[in-house]
Structures are given as structure tokens and as C-alpha cells.
Design a binder for this molecule. Structure first.
Ligand code: NI
Length: 170
């Protein structure tokens, strides 16, 4: 297993659109293991392949308290979204130190495959619904800060540039 470097906003590679996984094979299973390790190490509750510069439709999520309920989504699709929405304060491993409110559907239905190539589907609400929508946005090249005002987005870019300059000096 290996930790993978995570791209940071505003890296243009975060805006690439991921392609469907064609074959769920050992290469994909290794990617899933490495993504899970990277997410747990960070620590975070979700990671999309886009964030580690792999542009295929693979997501890992674990919102459990003990980090022992890994959810692997390969070729995930949201097949239904509720009109009812909820506002959650979101963060992202690609936008370190930034948290802000995003409005999304409060309930969704999801279809995906797991790393054993088994099809499954589920309903999600609350934090899981937020997480799935946030991660699937990454696969479409969208980062959560793009829901915020242009002013907030430019402040966030400035803050991240400053953080990265400071990190380079250490
Ligand atoms: Ni994210």
C-alpha cells in the first residue's frame, strides 16, 4: 500500500472529468486500497480518484466514527435526488483548512459497483448524502468552493497560496 499525493485547489487537474472504469481488476483494487489508506491517514471522510490525479470514476468514503466502514464506489451514479435540500459545512482534503456551507439535496439514491465488481444500490441522507454528492462532484471536475461566491473563492485561493508558501519555507 502507498500514500498518494493529494492535489490542492486551484490545481487545474482537479477540473478534469473522470472516465468510467472499464474493468474492475487488480489495478483498480490497488488504487482503492491506496486511496483508502490516503483518506484514513489524512484524515478525511471521503476521497475521489480525481484528487490523487487518477481520472477514473472511483470514490472511497468512510463516515463511521471508528473508521471501519469503508464504502467503495466504482462508476457511481446518483439516480435520484430529493428536491428538499440541506445545508452542511463542508471541507475537502484538496482545500485544506477551508470550511464553508453548501446546499445540496438532503436525500439521494445511488447505484455503483464495489471492488469485487458487484453492483449495489442504496439510499443516503444526512452526512452520507453530502459526502456522496461532494465526491461525485470531484469526478466531474468540480470542487465544493465553486458553490461559493466569486469573492469567497478568490479569498480561498489567496489563503491556500499563502499556506503553501509557508509550508515551503519550513
Ligand atoms: Ni473533496
Amino acid at each position: 500500500m502507498a500514500l498518494l499525493p493529494i492535489l490542492h485547489y486551484p490545481d487545474p487537474r482537479l477540473h478534469k472529468v473522470a472516465k468510467p472504469v472499464e474493468v474492475i481488476d487488480d489495478r483498480i483494487r490497488e488504487l482503492v486500497r491506496n486511496m483508502a489508506e490516503t483518506m484514513y491517514e489524512a484524515p478525511g471522510v471521503g476521497l475521489a480518484a480525481t484528487q490523487v490525479d487518477v481520472h477514473e470514476r472511483v470514490v472511497v468514503i468512510d463516515i463511521s466514527e471508528d473508521s471501519d466502514q469503508l464504502l467503495v464506489l466504482i462508476n457511481p451514479e446518483i439516480t435520484w435526488k430529493s428536491e428538499e435540500q440541506q445545508v452542511y459545512e463542508e471541507g475537502c482534503l484538496s482545500v485544506p483548512g477551508i470550511y464553508d456551507e453548501v446546499r445540496r439535496s438532503s436525500r439521494i439514491h445511488v447505484k455503483a459497483h464495489n471492488e469485487k465488481d458487484e453492483a449495489f444500490e442504496f439510499d443516503a441522507e444526512g452526512l452520507l448524502a453530502v459526502c456522496v454528492q461532494h465526491e461525485l462532484d470531484h469526478l466531474l471536475g468540480k470542487v465544493f468552493v465553486e458553490y461559493l461566491s466569486p469573492l469567497k473563492q478568490s479569498r480561498i485561493r489567496a489563503k491556500i497560496r499563502k499556506q503553501e508558501r509557508e509550508a515551503e519555507r519550513v
